[in-house]
Design a binder for this molecule. Structure first.
Ligand code: NAD
Ligand code: LMR
Length: 338
């Protein structure tokens, strides 16, 4: 029997990530090749004409899985009955703006969109926040949509996770598909901690369960490079893309958003974890009440934080540093609300 269509909201759909993301969703990249979808696209009034152009292109592309398109500037219409919400819309930092000004604009947007989702989305709607500051926007959304289970609200650090996989692959000259179980801890910002201590690389002799201690077949210099500027390369990758493209990452962000939702809904492969920004329950002594990126596995539409990984002293400092930044962001966000 044919599956019922899933309604997927993309906010900021007339923007550059939106333009890369909506065809991926309509092709089944996010939810699978047999899952029909109805796309809900929201943007603000100045972008209404461009949004309508995206809708026209979706019609022109004749995607077999696409069973309908709602393109609107009305947040209630956009949120009604959606099963999945990918929140890409937000206010960008402009010249001369202080951090607090940007935070204040985004806090207001996420507060009002939280209420619309809470009132109008389908029960058990899963939410992914992409727009920056992604972790704190997700936290505000959680606070103002109290009837949406906190386990259903997440932010995107899968792009950073994929960047880390890509860097290991490049540096060790192995296919990216043979690398797994890197971790992004913390904030989607330059304080994030890309951690390869528990990663593994498939080799002809089998998988190396613990990447660093058991990689005698990898050269010493590649390990140094991996552990040296590897961390800063991943932390600074977003800025490097902006420098190169004069625009922030879009295709990789869209593709990673699809990976995030696909693994959340359909499950992570056996023995593999991914990174997701989720509500901290205090695991790994990360303060409870932050949206923090952890290693997670997903089964039956639910994520679970991977427990029991040993954390060395250097990693501990890095986990704490990014938690401190998130605590400061949370305070700043709350000060914008009062
Ligand atoms: P963009 O400026 O091209 O598009 C943003 C869109 O959001 C615009 O069309 C704008 O009109 C719309 N918008 C603004 N306010 C809105 C509102 N209240 N409701 C609905 N739509 C609204 O930006 P982009 O390159 O697509 O990036 C979008 C966001 O994603 C930015 O905040 C960016 O920093 C962030 N980002 C996050 C990651 C990540 O990994 N988490 C990666 C890349 C970019
Ligand atoms: C990215 O990681 O590519 C973006 O978050 C960068 C940005 O500031 O939009």
């Amino acid at each position: 029997m044919a599956k019922q269509p899933v309604r997927v909201l993309v906010t900021g759909a007339a923007g550059q990530i939106g333009y890369a993301l909506v065809p991926m969703i309509a092709r089944g990249v996010m939810l699978g090749p047999d899952q029909p979808v109805i796309l809900h696209m929201l943007d603000i009034a100045p972008a209404a004409e461009a949004l309508n152009g995206v809708k026209m292109e979706l019609v022109d592309a004749a995607f077999p899985l696409l069973k309908g398109v709602v393109a609107t500037t009305d947040v209630v219409e956009a949120c009604t009955e959606v099963n999945i919400a990918v929140m890409v819309g937000g206010f960008p930092r402009k010249e001369g703006m202080e951090r607090k000004d940007v935070m204040s604009k985004n806090v207001a947007i996420y507060k009002s969109q939280a209420s619309a989702l809470e009132k109008h989305a389908a029960a058990n709607c899963k939410v992914l926040v992409v727009a920056n500051p992604a972790n704190t926007n997700a936290l505000i959304l959680k606070e103002f949509a109290p009837s949406i289970p906190e386990k259903n609200i997440s932010c995107l650090t899968r792009l950073d996770h994929n960047r880390a996989l890509g860097q290991v692959s490049e540096r060790l000259n192995v296919p990216v598909s043979d690398v797994k179980n890197v971790i992004i801890w913390g904030n989607h910002s330059s304080t994030q901690y890309p951690d390869v201590n528990h990663a593994s690389v498939k080799t002809p002799a089998g998988e190396k369960p613990h990447f660093l201690p058991s990689t005698e077949d990898l050269s010493f210099t590649s390990l140094i490079r991996l552990h040296g500027e590897f961390i800063t390369t991943v932390q600074q990758r977003g800025a490097a893309i902006i420098k190169a493209r004069k625009l922030s990452s879009a295709l990789s962000a869209a593709s990673s958003a699809c990976d995030h939702i696909r693994d959340w809904v359909l499950g992570t492969p056996e023995g593999t974890w991914v990174s997701m920004g989720v509500y901290s329950d205090g695991s790994y002594n990360v303060p409870a009440g932050l949206i923090y990126s952890f290693p997670v596995t997903c089964r039956n539409g639910e994520w679970t934080i991977v427990q029991g990984l040993p954390i060395d002293a250097l990693s501990r400092k890095k986990l704490d540093l990014t938690a401190e930044e998130l605590t400061e962001e949370k305070e700043l966000a709350y000060s914008c609300l009062s």
